[in-house]
Design a binder for this molecule. Structure first.
Ligand SMILES: [Zn+2]
Length: 93
């Protein structure tokens, strides 16, 4: 599953990807893609508040948090190049 995160503001944005506490700085005008893969053989998602949710997003005053419900996360640029990851349990890469 892929979640596009863009920074439409005028200051750098540093989303935290939980539960790995991964971060990536997105400069104004830039966009990245948070990718997670399901660890389940049937492709299901455990969800954060109920099943079937691959992502959950949250916002605080000066930061955002993306909860990825897969077994890994990757941060790709818009061309699909990986620029960050916690992929040691990745079932797909
Ligand atoms: Zn993965």
């Amino acid at each position: 599953m892929r979640l596009v995160v863009g920074n439409d503001g005028d200051a750098p944005l540093e989303p935290a990807v939980e539960p790995w506490a991964g971060t990536h700085r997105i400069l104004p005008g830039q966009t990245c893609v948070v990718v997670t893969h399901s660890p389940a053989g049937d492709g299901s998602w455990s969800g954060t508040s109920r099943g079937g949710e691959p992502f959950r997003g949250g916002h605080r005053r000066d930061s955002i948090t993306v909860w990825a419900c897969g077994g890994c996360f990757h941060i790709d640029d818009m061309q699909g190049r990986e620029i960050g990851a916690a992929g040691w349990n990745c079932p797909a890469r």
